[in-house]
Design a protein around this ligand. Structure first.
Ligand code: TTP
Ligand code: MG
Ligand code: MG
Length: 396
């Protein structure tokens, strides 16, 4: 992620300075009182620094201080994680390995060890549980925590974030960054602000200004597609987004519009969902050789149907939408979906729907390197509504 946006903050009136771990912040006491008064939540977002790469550097001293990429070095390889030494050369997650090597010829490639990452993930989860039961993991290396009513009665979210970072370091010998704020959107932005090994606090009243100067690609949920649309609409920063009226946003961004409208003002109504409802079940396969012929595509689909249906049964999921995803050799992704008024009745129907989606696209415009299939619109998903938060709603 690009953090050159820091410079725009230094020009703003409010400075978002790193908070030193050892330094008690005199504003902490006020913080609690003011939060309670406004009915605001206290949210922490914790994210490990250069996660996979840091675990590899920890476990292999030869890698310490060196530019490391976790991923496959081969022709098709992609960088999953880059150590901060590698990032100085411009190496980033999701970059093709050949590009990474061109930028940094000394780059050391390491194969991922998912078991080691899962172990650390469990360790940090236990640290979080020490402070609050309201934990929403986003991936192996990050989670939102609602510490409005923390278990130990500490009261200050900033203090809790500091303790969590210390405890993670002691237990895992790895560093984590944390963001503290009054909603998820701001807390996630904050955890990214002073990486690595950083802490950033965005206090009530500071959110809108923090967001105004942000490049839009740092907004959580704005992917490459929404990003391109924003660019076409002349939206480059949070301030540009805030200048658009809700009707126009709905016209271009559909169901995401309300989230964006609020986010541009530093408002986010989503609760920390400790038991997040699963939205889809699926799987995908990348091939060692590109596939183009109809026969090979059908065979591959049959294979994926088997794998995905097993997962659907294991999860006891019932859903109404089947989505087929194809990634072409030029990395263009195409998705095709079909929805039923009722739940897909069984494997035969699931296979028939998936097959029809593929047949409708044959012959493909070129060979593909990946095929994926998901069952979405699951039972139970979408029933979840954020609780009304009077203080935050009144800001709209
Ligand atoms: P991130 O938290 O996005 O990145 P990071 O921990 O490597 O670095 P940062 O200090 O900026 O947080 O992702 C966590 C891990 O997830 C990362 O170490 C590797 C994996 N990952 C991928 O496999 N592919 C990806 O495209 C990304 C972004 C991450
Ligand atoms: Mg991380
Ligand atoms: Mg992460």
């Amino acid at each position: 992620m690009n953090r050159s946006s820091n410079s725009s903050f230094t020009q703003a009136k409010v400075l978002f300075v790193p908070v030193m771990a050892s330094e008690p912040d005199p504003r902490d006491d006020d913080e609690s009182a003011r939060h309670a008064e406004l009915g605001l939540r206290k949210i922490i977002h914790v994210d490990m620094d250069a996660f996979f790469a840091s675990v590899e550097q920890r476990d292999n001293p030869e890698l310490k201080g060196r530019p490391v990429a976790v991923g496959g070095a081969g022709g098709r390889g992609v960088v999953a994680a880059a150590s901060y030494e590698a990032r100085k050369f411009g190496v980033r997650s999701a970059m093709p390995s050949v590009t990474a090597l061109r930028l940094c010829p000394e780059l050391v490639f390491v194969r991922p060890r998912f078991d080691a990452y899962k172990d650390v993930s469990r360790q940090i989860r236990r640290v979080f549980e020490h402070y609050t039961p309201v934990i929403e993991p986003l991936s192996l290396d990050e989670a939102y925590l609602d510490v409005t009513d923390d278990r130990l009665g500490i009261g200050s979210a900033t203090r809790i974030a500091t303790l969590i970072r210390q405890e993670i370091r002691a237990k895992t010998r790895l560093t984590a960054s944390a963001g503290v704020s009054y909603n998820k959107f701001l807390a996630k932005l904050a955890s990214d602000q002073n990486k690595p090994d950083g802490l950033c606090v965005i206090r009530p009243g500071e959110g809108a200004q923090f967001v105004a100067g942000l490049p839009i690609r740092r907004f959580h949920g704005v992917g490459p597609r929404a990003g391109a649309k924003m660019q076409a609409l002349g939206i480059a920063t949070g301030a540009d987004l805030a200048a658009k009226d809700i009707a126009r946003l709905r016209q271009h961004f559909g169901s995401m519009a309300d989230y964006l409208f609020r986010a541009a003002r530093g408002i986010d109504l989503r609760p920390v969902a400790a038991h997040r409802v699963r939205k889809s079940v699926g799987g995908e396969r990348t091939f060692s050789e590109d596939i183009g012929s109809g026969a090979a595509l059908r065979e591959t689909l049959a294979n994926i149907i088997d794998i995905v249906w097993d997962r659907i049964e294991a999860a006891q999921a019932r859903g109404r939408t089947v989505t087929l995803k194809l990634k072409f050799t030029d990395f263009q992704i195409m998705t095709r979906a079909t929805s039923l008024p009722d739940y897909v009745s069984g494997k035969a129907e699931f296979a028939a729907l998936a097959g029809a989606l593929l047949e409708a696209e044959l012959p493909l415009r070129g060979p593909i390197r990946l095929m994926g299939l998901t069952l979405g619109n699951l039972e139970g998903a979408g029933d979840e509504k954020p609780p009304r938060d009077a203080a935050q709603l009144s800001l709209l």
